[in-house]
Design a protein. Structure first.
Length: 66
């Protein structure tokens, strides 16, 4: 949960900027986007597998020149 304390004399824009930053740090927007549509378990497992493969390939590419 994102919570922002507003100081005396603080502008709305400043408080809103703080709120947006705290939401981003908490990962609220990414969670909302993830839950926007139902995803079958098989599809999510496939995406997870592809992401792991990409990470492994990237790691190999970076360590190749060492």
């Amino acid at each position: 949960m994102a919570l922002v304390r507003i100081k005396d004399g603080e502008s709305f824009e400043g408080a809103f900027r703080k709120f947006k930053k705290s939401c981003e740090k908490a990962g609220i927007l990414s969670e909302v986007k993830k839950r926007e549509h139902f995803e079958k378990p098989s599809v999510s497992a496939k995406k997870k597998s592809i992401a792991a493969r990409k990470r492994a390939h990237k790691k190999v590419r970076r360590s190749w020149g060492d």
